[in-house]
Structures are given as structure tokens and as C-alpha cells.
Design a protein around this ligand. Structure first.
Ligand SMILES: Nc1ncnc2c1ncn2[C@@H]1O[C@H](COP(=O)(O)OP(=O)(O)OP(=O)(O)O)[C@@H](O)[C@H]1O
Ligand SMILES: [Mg+2]
Length: 254
């Protein structure tokens, strides 16, 4: 693996009350490689993903141990500005969740609260650039004032990606971003992930092993809150080192 790690997680454990959901997981995330998290339902993929931008803070009974660094900076340090952190480490959810506002506003909202555009012309540019990067511009450029919720599911998900991109993130976390989408919309998101690779560090949780194989270069296999195996995607799928990984990828359980 490269040494150019964007995020480094070391010995991360997560508790919900007394229950340990993640047990001492260490993982690195980098810009060049898309990282996929796979594993059976309930194994802790979403829980671990949420530690990377402190979304677990919003769950009162959740507690995180261990260290997670973004560019060498401890994101759980007391001085960390969590709003700023979540702009740097953006998130896209399973169900597309645009705001009930215009397409334009969905994208402009973040840059406005973070003070990233000086005036209307600059904001127009940020909105266009973000929609272009999310592969949505051509489909919406003539209807920017229409409601974001009026778009198709796949378009809504790309709008959510544009919204994440608009605040100039360094890392984008995606939690099963295609599970509510049809195969064509899914293919578009997968293509987009290929295009965004290298510009952002991308982590994607997926139930779909073909998808993990298609979009990622690194795969992490979780089981019962532990990280069983983490390595090159091609290795994980063709030559896993752990018996549990082999069982999972050959469909023996999960
Ligand atoms: N908010 C919560 N409060 C209490 N327990 C939770 C909470 N969220 C998750 N858990 C528990 O933590 C464990 C891991 O859940 P998590 O949602 O991270 O799994 P997952 O791998 O993302 O599953 P799925 O593939 O079904 O999305 C499960 O046992 C789950 O019940
Ligand atoms: Mg999940």
C-alpha cells in the first residue's frame, strides 16, 4: 500500500451503550484508491464509516475509542470543528436526501454557510462546477430552480454527490449509495466514482460484491465488528487470505 494516506484509523472501537459494535479496527484511506467496505448486514460497516467524519456524534449512546487522523490531524481532538470536518469529509447516504429546495439551492447551501463564494456570479460557478463533476449538469442546467425532490432517484443521488462536492471535500464517504437505484442509475454512479477517483479519497459501503469489484481498488471485509481482511480488491476477490472472507465472497453466508 502507498504511504500517501489521507486518513489513518488506528485501533478504533465503537460502542453503543455497553455493546461493542466495532472492535479495534485499523485502516488507511488514500486518494488514489477507492476503498470498499463489504460484509454481512450488521457487521458494522456503517458504524465504522460514520467514525470517519464523526457522524456517530449525533447518536447519543455511541462512543468511539482509538485514533483517526485526517492529514495527520486527530479528528477527535477537542479543538476539532465538527462542521468543518464534515465539509472536508462529506457523506452520501443510502436513500437520496435532497433538501426540499431548488436544485440550485441544494448545491449552493453548503458553500454559502461555509463562505466559499463571494457573490452570485461566483456561486453560479460553484454550482455549475459541482453539478458538472457530479455528472448532472446537462440534465438540469435548464431547470435549476425546480425542486431537487422532483428529480429521479438517480438524479437525486447525483445531486447529493454535487452537494457534497460543492464544499470542496477531501474525502467522500458513501453508504450504499446505489441500493435505492435501478441498474442504469447505478451504472452512472459507478462511472462517476471512477471519474472522481484521485481528486477525492472515496470510501463506499456496498452489499453488492460485483460493485465492490468494479469500483474499488481496496476492499475491507468486516465481520461481527472486526476487520477480517483489508487489501487489494483483486486479491480479496480472487485470492483471499482468510477463510471467512472466502466464505463470504463465494456466497456461503451473509
Ligand atoms: N444507533 C444505534 N444504536 C444502537 N445500536 C446500533 C445503532 N446503529 C447500529 N447499531 C448496531 O451496531 C451493529 C452494526 O450496525 P451497522 O449499522 O454499522 O451495520 P452495517 O454493517 O452497516 O449493516 P447493514 O449492512 O445492514 O447496513 C449492529 O449490531 C447494529 O444493531
Ligand atoms: Mg449499513
Amino acid at each position: 500500500m502507498t504511504t500517501n494516506h489521507k486518513m489513518i484509523a488506528r485501533d478504533v472501537s465503537v460502542f453503543y451503550g455497553d455493546k461493542k459494535a466495532i472492535d479495534s479496527v485499523s485502516i488507511d484511506v488514500d486518494m488514489e484508491n477507492v476503498t470498499a467496505f463489504i460484509g454481512p448486514s450488521g457487521c458494522g460497516k456503517s458504524t465504522f464509516l460514520r467514525t470517519l467524519n464523526r457522524m456517530n456524534d449525533t447518536i447519543s449512546i455511541a462512543r468511539v475509542e482509538g485514533t483517526i487522523e485526517l492529514d495527520g490531524e486527530d479528528i477527535y481532538a477537542s479543538g476539532m470543528d465538527v462542521v468543518q470536518l464534515r465539509a472536508r469529509v462529506g457523506m452520501v447516504f443510502q436513500k437520496p436526501n435532497p433538501f426540499p429546495k431548488s436544485i440550485y439551492e441544494n448545491v449552493a447551501y453548503g458553500p454559502r454557510i461555509h463562505g466559499l463564494a463571494a457573490g452570485k456570479p461566483e456561486m453560479d460557478q460553484v454550482v455549475e462546477k459541482s453539478l458538472r463533476r457530479a455528472g448532472l449538469w446537462d440534465e438540469v442546467k435548464d431547470r435549476l430552480q425546480d425542486s431537487g425532490t422532483a428529480l429521479s432517484g438517480g438524479q437525486q443521488q447525483r445531486l447529493c454527490i454535487a452537494r457534497a462536492i460543492a464544499v470542496d471535500p477531501e474525502v467522500i464517504l458513501m453508504d450504499e449509495p446505489c441500493s435505492a437505484l435501478d441498474p442504469i442509475a447505478t451504472a452512472k454512479i459507478e462511472e462517476l466514482i471512477h471519474e472522481l477517483r484521485g481528486r477525492y479519497a472515496i470510501v463506499i459501503v456496498t452489499h453488492n460484491m460485483q460493485q465492490a469489484a468494479r469500483v474499488s481498488q481496496r476492499t475491507a471485509f468486516f465481520h461481527l465488528g472486526t476487520l477480517v481482511e483489508y487489501g487489494e480488491t483483486s486479491e480479496i476477490f480472487t485470492n483471499p487470505r482468510q477463510e471467512k472472507t472466502k466464505d463470504y465472497i463465494t456466497g456461503r453466508y451473509g
